[in-house]
Write a protein that binds this ligand. Structure first.
Ligand code: AP5
Length: 212
């Protein structure tokens, strides 16, 4: 029997492991629809939608947004023609209920497990700067050409409200308790590939392409 469900890959890893950075490169190279639940939630908060108002407090506290809200958001994002042709998930699934909901509607070909030791994460996350249109910088590892301005749009860069040392620790604890079981779930299915996320982003990208 042929499988006509949408197919895609998952980029999974701790906060600050470089999922967003690598997802943008993969999208350019492979053309998959990039679905980041973090980006979708931040957009909802910015627009002040009902979902954004519910999600904001959880995000600011470094907590996970409740499963039912995120699953609805993801299911909607999977409906676009681009996603039906092939998708790449960044930041979803993060809990077992999310993984079960996903497995019920699509086929996951591969899970890229981006591995970065926790001791390197805090520096990456607290040094991150974002442009309102979603471009990601780092004050040391990927600085903009003009201080505090986006290279692409010229907009002023900002720091995410959850990118403080205390919130990073909260987020890493959630990764350990909620997301590691998701990685184990896909390991049992034989679709997980571990990739070393330490080093220059271009080097990491080369490692990912080698396993695609
Ligand atoms: P989300 O936006 O998904 O955050 P995250 O998973 O914590 O991941 P980050 O965006 O922090 O990091 P990243 O891995 O994308 O790293 P990046 O490439 O930016 O989620 C935010 C919040 O939304 C959650 O806390 C939660 O509240 C909510 N949420 C989202 N999805 C949810 C879900 N499914 N369920 C429930 N709640 C959900 O890189 C980080 C920094 O490092 C950058 O400055 C970058 O320039 C730099 N960098 C990248 N690669 C390298 C490298 N190789 N070397 C040096 N520096 C690097």
């Amino acid at each position: 029997m042929s499988d006509d469900r949408s197919k895609g890959i998952i980029l999974i890893g701790a906060p600050g492991s470089g999922k967003g950075t690598q997802a943008k490169k993969l999208k350019d190279q492979l053309g998959y629809a990039h679905i980041s639940t973090g980006d979708l939630l931040r957009a909802a908060v910015k627009e002040g939608t009902a979902l954004g108002q519910k999600a904001k407090g959880f995000m600011d506290a470094g907590q996970l947004v409740p499963d039912d809200l995120v699953i609805d958001l993801l299911e909607e994002a999977l409906q676009t023609p681009e996603a039906k042709a092939g998708f790449m998930l960044d930041g979803f699934p993060r809990t077992m209920p999310q993984a079960d909901a996903l497995d019920a509607v699509v086929t996951i070909d591969k899970v890229i497990d981006l591995q970065v030791p926790f001791e390197l994460i805090e520096e990456r996350v607290t040094g991150r700067r974002m442009s309102p249109s979603g471009h990601v910088y780092h004050i040391e590892y990927n600085p903009p050409k003009v201080d505090e301005r986006c290279d692409v749009t010229g907009e002023a860069l900002y720091q995410r409200s959850d990118d403080t040392p205390e919130k990073v620790r909260e987020r890493l604890a959630k990764f350990d308790s909620e997301t590691r079981p998701v990685i184990a779930h896909y390991q049992q299915k034989g679709v997980v590939v571990a990739v070393d996320g330490v080093g220059d982003p271009e080097e990491v990208f080369t490692r990912i392409m080698a396993v695609m």
